[in-house]
Design a protein around this ligand. Structure first.
Ligand code: B12
Ligand code: SF4
Length: 431
């Protein structure tokens, strides 16, 4: 039996409302426990004291869930605490984006370039000399200075065969009781993968690494069973949240879900939808199932920019029509917008504000554009010389949450960006 430290580098509490639950780490913990290993969670932020770093190093191995914004802290932890004989494995979005770079960093034992359940299973055998690193699916590693890249594209074909994510591993009752926790609700995920090709998102890379078949869905029975067990266990009466990238990809699945969720669970839920996917019938089905809020990616007000810069092929008229369908069914709208896009002028920013006003969402999630490694936008900006390929090594981990841009946008001044970042909601009439 081994004891694994599962580490998540999270934003400090005063910077972002990180809730603490991660489906990815929860799933890896469940898989390891099924094999009789122990798992310990470390949520570490830049204000964490040395004890957290040191305690993780007392486990038999460290497994890091790495986002790009967590990279500076990861590097610090490796240099100060975890370098040496401790096996350190890295997975998560930043690992999926840059496995060949991370694998060659000092003291990194291996990097998971994809889904982690099969990887974790074989790694736990490696810990007991029962497998070689070359046997581990999706793993990139440094073999005496030579990069080894095992087959990627390995994933669990039947998601129902996985144990439910391990919620007990998190301080889960606390997660639910915070203000943000009450808003986000109890989180679930029925689908993995997304068919769209947005230039700012990591999903197209995952699709390329793992192939189209990787878009998978759990059965309705499996997701309902998980909701029933988890809500009973935590005596939870609040809202349910589905984190699937797009909840409405499969109409037949959605119909079955709507009938059974209403009958067997009957709780309000929110989910993510894509404007392209929804029509009157789907919106009615969502409502019938109990959907009271959706998150919709709009990103900007200029149609050409949305298509060309962001790869989101949606017309403004189509968006307004689909939004009206959602409103007819009294479904609340949370719209995402980004500012600081390549080629964006102040007049484009005003277009975004005006379009947002026309949509009149119930809430806006606004961010400044962050070209994550592994996305087509990142590759483009690096090729154009407007972004340093290793920018993430030097940034402050709070950059992501501010109005500053990490690339040379060349048109908008810092003052203009900050002004729109601060006043966008008010200007669009969303308070
Ligand atoms: C739900 C979600 C959240 C939730 C939960 C986050 C979490 N840690 O799970 C909340 C809202 C809290 C959140 C916060 C943030 N998120 Co978020 N989030 C997502 C979302 C939509 C789904 C994540 C998920 O559950 N995926 C499904 C599970 C099964 O996959 P997974 O998490 O990747 O884990 C698997 C593998 O990566 C791997 N794996 C992971 N860790 C390890 C470790 C080892 C050792 C191994 C072997 C394998 C392994 O195995 C897991 C199981 O298969 C993704 C988009 C996406 N589709 O993934 C964005 C995404 C992960 N988020 C992103 C970002 C930027 C953030 C924030 C930085 C933003 C913010 N507002 O603060 C924070 C970071 C907080 C943190 N450190 O976790 C980016 C990351 C991009 C990047 N390159 O870093 C993504 C990819 C969206 C995007 N923009 O493209 N997020
Ligand atoms: S629709 Fe959403 S999840 Fe899918 S590729 Fe675009 S941004 Fe990513």
């Amino acid at each position: 039996m081994s004891r694994f430290a599962l580490v998540n580098f999270v934003p400090p509490k005063d910077v972002a409302n990180y809730l603490g639950y991660s489906q990815g780490l929860g799933s890896i913990s469940a898989v390891l426990k099924q094999l009789n290993h122990q798992t310990v969670l470390f949520n570490i932020d830049q204000r964490s004291d040395t004890k957290s770093f040191e305690a993780a190093a007392y486990c038999d191995a460290v497994m890091v869930y790495l986002t790009t914004t967590g990279y500076p802290l990861f590097r610090y932890a490796m240099a100060q605490y975890w370098g040496g004989n401790l096996p350190v494995f890295v997975g998560g979005p930043h690992a999926i984006a840059l496995p060949e770079v991370l694998a060659m960093e000092p003291h990194v034992t291996g990097v998971c370039a994809g889904e982690g359940e099969l990887t974790a299973q074989v790694l736990s055998r490696w810990m007991h000399n029962d497998a070689a690193l070359s046997d581990v699916p999706n793993l990139f590693y440094n073999d005496n200075g030579v990069l080894q890249t095992n087959a990627t594209g390995c994933y669990v074909a039947d998601l129902d065969s996985l144990p439910f994510p391990d919620r007990d591993f998190f301080p889960y009752a606390d997660v639910l009781s915070t203000k943000a926790g009450r808003l986000v609700g109890m989180e679930f995920m029925a689908t993995r993968g997304c068919k769209y090709g947005c230039r700012f998102c990591l999903n197209p890379r995952l699709l390329k690494l793992q192939g189209k078949q990787m878009i998978r869905r759990r059965s309705v029975s499996s997701i309902i069973e998980e909701v029933r067990i988890a809500t009973n266990k935590y005596r939870y009466n609040g809202v349910i949240g589905f984190h699937d990238d797009i909840f409405t990809l499969d109409v037949a699945w959605l119909n079955e879900f709507a009938n059974r969720f209403k009958k067997e669970i009957n709780r309000p839920f929110w989910c993510n939808v894509h404007i392209d996917d929804i029509d009157e019938q789907i919106v009615r089905t969502l409502r019938r199932a109990g959907c009271y809020r959706v998150l919709v990616g709009i990103e900007c007000g200029n149609e050409t920019m949305r298509k060309k810069a962001l790869g989101k092929h949606l017309g403004n008229d189509e968006i307004l029509y689909k939004i009206s369908l959602l409103k007819q069914q009294h479904i609340k709208i949370v719209a995402t917008f980004m500012i600081g896009l390549p080629g964006e002028t102040e007049s484009n920013l005003r277009e975004s504000v005006d379009f947002c006003r026309a949509i009149a969402p119930d809430w806006i999630l606004l961010s400044s554009l962050f070209p994550f490694p592994g996305t087509r936008l990142y590759t483009q900006l690096v090729a154009e010389g407007r972004l340093k390929a290793d920018f993430y090594q030097h940034m402050n981990s709070e950059t992501f949450y501010s109005a500053s841009l990490v690339y040379d946008q060349g048109i908008l001044s810092m003052e203009t960006l900050q002004y729109y970042f601060k006043n966008f909601r008010k200007m669009a009439g969303v308070l």
